[in-house]
Unconditional design. Structure first.
Length: 633
């Protein structure tokens, strides 16, 4: 380390000067842009697109794409620009600009009023006007109406409030900004800024605009990604990402290479596709949570984490309201989260799910929401992880949640493996999920079609009847009769109706009978996975399954015993929640492992459990273990 005296005499590094005359006339070769008759803002846009061109033309300041972005914003929307709509640069926006200037994928998890929409509007406009003929910016929101109060409203206001006339025409009714075409030509549909309604109900229209789209540069700005269809993300990864990255090389007009003889070249990489997503963080398994999945694990991301590297190679930023730059000032200096909003959120309580989402911008911890399972619980239990099997015997299991009417709930099948991991833990891992559908051209009854599909899946995987289960609730009784006639006896019939069982269940450090803990059988089936999660014995949970597990609420039923009761399906549908068919099939799979293969949470091998087994022994299918598979990788 240099001593203090040496540091004192070193001149400070110059800070970029963004005044209109200084940026362009003082820090790079004036002759360069004068010869091309470029206005200062045009030159700034050119260097924003190709920062290396600035150095190649004799520029000596270490200005990056981020610096040129702020130069453009300052000229066109800065406080001293004369613009009708002013953009105030704040510390959070600087972080956003730095990430978006360097990364292909950027996730911005932000509290309410974190400035996400305004920044995304600026990024879309500056990128488009820097190359109007070859840049397409797609902007998503749930609907055109809601977008006007979000990112599209910001784009509209900044475009019309700019200090100069920008090269495009706003068609507000269509959520579109088209480039201005040459006289006699039609405006190009391949460039501009276009709003896409990305809600699940608008999925088909959205995909029609995205699939197959090609352009030199495509930027997707996914506002409120948590509320959008997962298909939007799939279209980006599967199609738009094929727009190739480019690297432009410029020869230095002023200096030679280090050898003093060869020409010096400056290279400017430019992404052919960029995806920037923003949301108030809601769930680890919704589209935004999937996009921002860490390179390591969600277990490494806490409420104190402000940024992390994502599995897709990009960068995630998180802006918590409690860490707003406004709280470092004596007053709310910037138009972002501040004292007024915090006071409003405090009325909800700092342990409420609302406070966690719109202030922390992070999923609420266990116990904050009255749901059976929480996102944090699944993550801490390693439910989304995969395992490495040992060479001990293992068995494959199958579970079916049938729909008993054509066009009713979904028919879901889960295939799982019950076995031992290399670290000696007995684990149930979900391997496959199948959605069974009716073939309207098949003359066989609906129930028979579903049964035949289920049987075919099991037989092709070597799964015997004793290793398969189905929902026998209500109409499932007659379905069970059909199974016996067609496939034979041996499948486990699981009923969700009626009272809870007498099976011993964990209650803290003690064991209690299930009917003392749960109001009914469906509550018992749903809750019995929690102990396995705590001991990290459930693996392979998918995004969609995790979402269903975390949406069902419960309440406490008070009486002689305080018991837990899950929300009935009718109430779930009344609240706009879909039927948890995938989750029901998963809990049938867990029940099969418990009832027939004595699958126990670690720590429940005590005397009380042993007594229960002596009174009602679980079936042991050693022959199945021997004959079926052995082990699975």
């Amino acid at each position: 380390m240099p001593d203090e005296a040496q540091q004192a005499v070193e001149p400070p590094k110059p800070a970029p000067d963004y005044t209109l005359g200084s940026v362009l006339n003082r820090h790079f070769d004036v002759e360069f842009h004068a010869a091309r008759r470029l206005l200062p803002v045009e030159a700034a846009l050119l260097f924003f697109r190709h920062p290396a061109l600035y150095r190649a033309s004799g520029g000596t300041y270490p200005l990056t794409r981020k610096d040129w972005f702020w130069a453009v914003v300052s000229m066109l929307w800065g406080p001293e620009s004369g613009a009708k709509k002013v953009f105030l640069k704040h510390p959070w926006a600087e972080q956003m600009a730095e990430a978006c200037s360097a990364e292909k994928y950027v996730a911005m998890s932000g509290c309410a009023s974190s400035g996400k929409s305004d920044f995304m509007a600026m990024w879309a406009i500056v990128n488009f006007i820097s190359e109007p003929e070859a840049c397409k910016c797609f902007v998503t929101s749930t609907s055109l109406k809601e977008a006007k109060g979000r990112v599209w409203g910001s784009i509209h206001d900044y475009w019309n409030g700019c200090v100069i006339s920008l090269p495009g025409k706003v068609i507000d009714s269509e959520g579109l900004i088209r480039p201005i075409a040459a006289q006699g030509e039609k405006p190009s549909q391949r460039s501009g800024i276009e709003l896409i309604a990305g809600a699940p109900s608008k999925e088909k229209d959205a995909l029609g605009k995205l699939i197959g789209f090609k352009q030199k540069r495509v930027i997707m700005l996914a506002d409120e990604l948590s509320e959008l269809s997962p298909a939007i993300l799939e279209a980006c990864y599967g199609n738009l990402v094929s727009n190739v990255d480019m690297t432009f090389t410029f020869r230095d007009t002023k200096t030679l290479a280090d050898d003093g003889k060869s020409p010096r070249f400056w290279r400017s990489p430019l992404s052919g596709f960029q995806l920037i997503a923003a949301s108030n963080f809601k769930s680890f398994v919704d589209p935004f949570g999937v996009f921002s999945t860490p390179k390591t694990s969600w277990r490494d991301v806490t409420v104190e984490t402000t940024s992390w590297r994502m599995a897709n190679g990009g960068l995630a930023l998180r802006f918590s309201g409690l860490k707003s730059p406004n709280f470092d000032q004596d007053y709310d200096k910037w138009p972002i989260y501040g004292r007024k909003l915090l006071a409003q959120h405090d009325t909800q309580g700092r342990n409420s799910s609302t406070f966690w989402r719109f202030c922390h911008s992070f999923p609420a911890p266990m116990g904050v929401e009255d749901v059976v399972y929480s996102q944090q619980e699944l993550l801490q239990g390693g439910a989304f992880d995969r395992v490495v099997w040992s060479d001990k015997r293992a068995v494959r299991l199958a579970a079916l949640d049938p729909s008993f009417t054509s066009g009713g709930d979904r028919c879901m099948v889960h295939i799982g493996t019950l076995g031992w991991t290399t670290d000696g833990k007995r684990v149930l891992q979900l391997d496959e999920t199948h959605h069974l559908r009716e073939d309207v051209t098949d003359s066989r009854p609906f129930d028979r079609q579903i049964l035949d599909q289920y049987k075919a899946i099991c037989v092709s995987r070597g799964i015997s009847r004793e290793c398969a289960a189905f929902d026998a609730t209500g109409a499932g009784i007659s379905f069970g009769t059909l199974i016996t006639e067609v496939w034979g006896e041996g499948l486990l019939a699981v009923k969700f109706g009626g009272a809870a069982s007498k099976r011993m269940c964990a209650s803290g450090e003690t064991l209690k009978e299930a009917d003392k803990l749960y109001a009914n059988r469906v509550s018992e089936l749903w809750f019995q996975g929690k102990e396995f999660l705590r001991s990290e014995q459930l693996k392979g949970v998918t995004v969609s399954l995790g979402d269903e597990m975390c949406q069902r609420k419960f309440k406490l039923q008070k009486g002689a015993e305080t018991r837990m009761q899950v929300m009935p399906k009718g109430e779930m549908k009344a609240e706009g929640l879909k039927s948890p068919d995938e989750a029901d099939a998963y809990f049938i799979l867990i029940e099969l492992a418990i009832a027939r293969f004595d699958f126990l949470p670690e720590g429940m091998e005590g005397s009380a459990r042993k007594k229960e087994q002596e009174e009602s022994p679980a079936l042991q299918y050693d022959s199945v273990y021997q004959d079926e598979i052995g082990s699975f990788e």
